[in-house]
Design a protein. Structure first.
Length: 289
């Protein structure tokens, strides 16, 4: 797991942070999965490389992960480390294919007309990761798949609200165009990092959609799978707090520093999640009013 661990450590992401609550074998398995996700995402996001070249590179990754799933000999180190995880947890190629399709969407789609289109993107780049992850975490109830889908969409919509400025710098706007029209916010305003009360209303509307999915995830998680989903629940807690912080800042992400949770805040959430797990709490630490 040398390459996967190095990529996970370097990323310092919220997802990687959640692995700390897992036993070592599952932590290593999740590091391998995360490393794959990180690698294909980085291919799609490398703006200095022509889009057609990136599409070709993603096609190579698709065939290589297919080999890993079909007991072949993958060429990428990350996929070689992921292959035993694929075998152990029976991770299907179809989900990896969907994830790569989500990355490919970023090569050609810079705008989304409505929430329906945006949620299709969120499903591919986030919910699919959740569906792969719950197989590693271990679950008993098939309803846990719905939980993974809802939580993935909630987390991705939170990411989108946090990264509006960063995405606009790349010429991307993920906020649905029909919602922008509804709240009288133009593409030019976002691309020029202009904050307004209209933008606040727009962002609050998208946040409302995210909260809807947080609540669905909270409601859908089967009681018998709650312990095994401790890392996913930590993710829900971290991103819920991030959403609330964005809300407290009136969703103004156009200033200097990006909105983030502090390290002490994240450590406190880890401790709280562990304590709730140890005490057998049956309530999620997100999605409340």
């Amino acid at each position: 797991m040398q390459h996967s661990r190095a990529i996970t450590r370097k990323s310092a992401s919220n997802l990687a942070l959640a692995f700390i609550l897992l036993p070592r074998p599952k932590r290593d398995a999740m590091s391998a999965l995360y490393a794959f996700c990180r690698e294909v995402d980085d291919v799609a996001d490398e703006e200095t490389v022509p889009a057609e070249t990136r599409r070709e590179q993603l096609a190579v990754w698709r065939e290589d992960i297919r080999r890993a799933c079909e007991n072949g000999s993958p060429q990428f180190a990350v996929n070689r480390e992921l292959q035993p995880v694929i075998r152990q947890f029976r991770l299907p190629f179809e989900l990896f294919d969907e994830l790569i399709k989500g990355c490919e969407m970023d090569l050609e789609i810079k705008r989304y007309d409505n929430f329906e289109q945006l949620e299709s993107y969120c499903h591919r780049v986030a919910s699919v990761v959740g569906l792969l992850s719950i197989e590693i975490f271990g679950h008993q109830n098939p309803a846990c798949r719905d939980y993974a889908i809802y939580l993935g969409k909630a987390l991705q919509l939170t990411n989108i609200l946090r990264d509006v400025r960063t995405d606009a710098g790349r010429g991307r706007i993920y906020l649905p165009l029909d919602e922008m029209e509804k709240f009288n916010v133009s593409e030019t305003e976002i691309l020029n990092f202009k904050y307004s009360e209209n933008y606040h209303a727009l962002a609050a509307s998208v946040a409302g959609r995210a909260k809807h999915f947080y609540r669905l995830a909270r409601k859908t998680l089967p009681a018998e799978d709650r312990k095994s989903m401790v890392a996913a629940e930590l993710m829900g807690s971290v991103y819920w707090r991030l959403l609330k912080k964005l809300e407290a800042n009136r969703f103004n992400v156009f200033g200097g520093k990006p909105v983030r949770l502090s390290k002490p805040h994240k450590l406190a959430l880890i401790f709280r999640s562990w304590l709730r797990f140890a005490l057998g709490s049956t309530q999620s630490n997100y999605g409340e009013s």
